[in-house]
Write a protein that binds this ligand. Structure first.
Ligand SMILES: Cc1cc2nc3c(=O)[nH]c(=O)nc-3n(C[C@H](O)[C@H](O)[C@H](O)COP(=O)(O)O)c2cc1C
Length: 210
């Protein structure tokens, strides 16, 4: 199934169809720097639903995603359930063969759907910047009906923990994280499929899992 729309004022329905709904949706965000360098990283898209759906993103200082969004005021939220892509986007550079350009902006080839947003800076704290997102285009490649997979959920939690582990300096904090990682790893071993287990292997290289 394929839908491409290019207009302002999207209805909530199209965004929901593309897989982004109330709460925080973990996606792979693709961006481009002012100089044209492409980037991909897992990021949470925050959706609030008061009168109408509104979308936001909180980007941490020091990330390439933040500097690219500051430079181009755009990001694409790529919806995927591929654990390996999430982990690779977090810790390695996603090879450019994974990306193609839509109106000059990078999107993920393997995405089930993507939404191109323009971003408006709202506020900054010491550690992050907050933006409101307005959708300008959406493409749905594939609509999938899937059961909840504990293995996938555990890999995503483990990947978030691993990105924080990389920044943690306190030895005790790191040890606590290692214990939690072990719990997630056990769930992946028990409930995960081959993509979740492959993703876990990549995480093993980043963080000690007992
Ligand atoms: C599932 C998941 C969700 C994440 N959500 C965010 C987020 O909302 N904001 C953020 O700044 N970093 C988030 N991170 C951490 C970034 O992906 C990580 O710092 C990454 O290395 C940034 O890459 P970049 O420098 O290429 O932008 C998340 C990580 C994972 C695994």
């Amino acid at each position: 199934m394929l839908i491409i729309l290019m207009m302002e004022g999207f209805t909530t329905m199209y965004i929901k169809e593309a897989g982004i709904d109330e709460g925080i949706s973990e996606v792979i965000v693709t961006t481009k720097s002012g100089a044209g360098e492409l980037n991909a990283a897992p990021i949470g898209i925050i959706t609030t639903t008061n009168d109408e759906n509104k979308h936001f993103v909180k980007l941490y200082e020091g990330t390439k995603t933040l500097s690219n969004v500051m430079e181009t005021n755009k990001l694409a939220a790529n919806v995927s359930d591929d654990a390996v892509l999430f982990v690779k986007a977090a810790f390695e550079n996603l090879n450019e063969t994974h990306l193609s350009l839509f109106s000059g902006f990078p999107v993920l080839n393997e995405a089930n759907s993507w939404i191109l947003f323009k971003s408006a800076f709202i506020e900054k704290s010491v550690e992050s910047s907050f933006f409101q997102l307005t959708p300008i285009a959406v493409k749905i490649n594939q609509k999938e009906v899937k059961a909840i997979k504990r293995g996938l959920n555990a890999v995503i939690e483990a990947a978030i923990l691993a990105t924080r582990y990389a920044m943690a300096e306190d030895k005790r904090e790191k040890e606590d994280m290692e214990k939690i990682m072990k719990l997630y790893a056990d769930i992946v071993e028990k409930c995960g499929g081959h993509r979740e287990k492959e993703a876990l292997k990549i995480l093993h290289e980043r963080i000690y899992i007992g």
